[in-house]
Design a protein around this ligand. Structure first.
Ligand SMILES: [Zn+2]
Length: 530
């Protein structure tokens, strides 16, 4: 009996192996065919997009409304401004779509340790316990002992009892290495080699031990969290993005310290055996409305090319993302001037809200597209046309280059070929074309659309200043505004002339998969060696 069973098992395994090998061979041949047959030549027509100065003017206008936090007056004014522009440029059915969201606002915050005032800034969306309620540290503030827990890893919390105390922790950012991007890229364009493989920079989007150290502090019974921005500019006005989808995630109050204030505080703590702190964070969460802005340029068919960015921001933010919205406006103005009978497909221009809330506007739009069975064949997203800025001797200085950028492109041979050519043709230097299937995912405003299965092309760059007050119009890479808009006009025009099944197809291209998996194995081996 036993022998018979294992024989059957062996046959099954052999059968499965043959199936797998045949499958792999078919995939390989199909992937290769797809690549070979759909190599694409960009339409050589020359286009007049709005000038750098005109696009910069729209960025300045958006910044002049104030802090465009979703659900606020400045955010609403920005939405109305974009709507007016859409109408001016001849878009049809231009309208606002309201979406409900909770608006978290801090009103009062401070930190005193052993009688000394420590400069600080609030950790956005912390101390959020109930959906709609005020939060307050009480009339006296929270008075408790403050203890330093290093980086706040699990082992750090095992060494010290933080129950009823305020936790002080170093917050480390992960590092972005150009070699990592190029290693998995479909294509890299850096003709002057200004972003060599060893180029690296702290990644403001994804601090590597935050928010896990914050959550750990709360779980271990701490009554407050103070994070030192160890790898940031020497500033504390870091308006962190939300990394969760629900209230209650960060139930204790949080504050940020600059790295120099953090270093001084650590010294102060060493002078005494117990250290008394008073932490204040008062504010409220109220129901509010955000507004997506949508407008159309109809073509001969109802196949839709969607072009989007987002207008909400942490501050009066120029690069994040007045720059992206201004690029969408440039494209809307250009295509709005072309008669509808010269367009095969319908163009849908969108400025989303709630990037700095919980993407309620994005999810609402995805739902609407599905419910109305709108035939969106690709989502093209533009964000962050910014200069590279570094900190030297305590000052923020320009390097003279554009911040290195990435364009996430769905695995599709036609789109990869098209976008690569547009990048090269318009000399968008320091650009890598990135796949959407890596462990990084698509950390852009296109993220929800990618997860929902849309075919995407999503331009972004990661300047360290995008969450800071210093993201002012002088940070915009002005000389790139027209070239980026023109490159994307080329991309849109070519997509318009291409059958939609070629545009929206999601392929599996063996040579890129091989490149990614071998890079991933190399990365893991390197990690193990360290
Ligand atoms: Zn953005």
């Amino acid at each position: 009996m036993k022998g018979k069973k294992s024989k059957i098992l062996n046959q099954k395994v052999a059968g499965l192996m043959i199936l797998f090998l045949v499958g792999a061979a078919v995939l390989f041949v199909q992937g290769f065919r797809a690549w070979a047959s759909e190599k694409f030549v960009l339409n050589p027509s020359v286009k007049q997009l709005p000038s750098n100065e005109e696009i910069l003017g729209w960025i300045q206008d958006l910044c002049n409304f104030g802090y465009r936090r979703p659900g606020t007056e400045a955010d609403h004014q920005a939405a109305q401004y974009i709507l007016d522009k859409f109408k001016e440029f001849g878009l049809e059915k231009a309208h606002l779509e309201p979406v409900a969201m909770p608006l978290w606002t801090a009103e009062k915050w401070s930190l005193t340790v052993n009688g000394e005032d420590i400069p600080c800034f609030y950790l956005s969306h912390s101390y959020w316990i109930k959906e709609y309620e005020g939060f307050s540290a009480g009339p006296e503030g929270i008075r408790a002992e403050i203890v330093y827990v290093g980086e706040g890893r699990e082992k750090d919390f095992r060494k010290v009892d933080v129950r009823g105390k305020i936790v002080l922790a170093d917050v480390r950012f992960s590092q972005l290495y150009q070699s990592d991007s190029v290693g998995v890229a479909y294509f890299a364009y850096d003709p002057n080699n200004t972003a060599p493989p060893d180029w690296h920079q702290a990644n403001p989007y994804s601090p590597n031990n935050f928010p896990s150290n914050f959550s750990r502090a709360a779980q271990h019974g701490a009554v407050g969290f103070v994070g030192i921005l160890t790898d940031y500019f020497d500033r504390n006005t870091y308006y962190n993005e939300l990394y969760g989808e629900e209230p209650c995630l960060w139930p204790i109050p949080g504050l940020w310290l600059s790295k120099s204030d953090g270093a001084s505080l650590k010294e102060l703590l060493q002078k005494d055996s117990t250290n008394q702190a008073t932490l204040v964070l008062d504010g409220k969460i109220v129901p509010a409305e955000a507004y997506n802005v949508i407008g159309f340029l109809p073509g001969k068919t109802d196949e839709i090319i969607m072009v989007h960015s987002h207008h909400d921001a942490p501050w009066a933010s120029a690069v994040e993302d007045a720059s992206g919205v201004a690029e969408v406006l440039a494209l809307a103005k250009y295509f709005g001037s072309i008669p509808a009978d010269q367009r095969e497909k319908t163009l849908m221009f969108v400025s989303l809200d709630t990037h700095f809330s919980m993407y309620q506007g994005h999810l609402a739009l995805i739902k609407e597209i599905r419910e109305k069975k709108m035939n969106v064949i690709v989502d093209i997203v533009l964000e962050h046309i910014g200069k590279e800025i570094v900190e030297k001797d305590g000052k923020l200085v320009e390097t003279g280059f554009v911040e290195p950028r990435g364009i996430f492109v769905t695995e599709n041979p036609y789109l990869i070929s098209l976008v690569s050519q547009a990048v090269e043709r318009h000399n968008l230097e320091r650009t890598v074309l990135l796949p959407t299937y890596t462990i990084l995912g698509v950390p852009t405003d296109a993220g929800d659309f990618n997860r929902a299965g849309f075919t995407i092309i999503s331009l972004i760059s990661p300047p360290l200043y995008i969450y800071d007050l210093v993201d002012t119009p002088d940070k915009v890479a002005v000389d790139q505004l027209n070239p980026v808009a023109t490159a994307f006009a080329d991309i849109i025009e070519s997509i318009d002339q291409t059958p939609s099944q070629v545009v929206s197809k999601q392929a599996w291209i063996p040579r890129y998969r091989f490149q990614y998996y071998s890079a991933a194995v190399g990365y893991i081996i390197n990690l193990m060696k360290r």
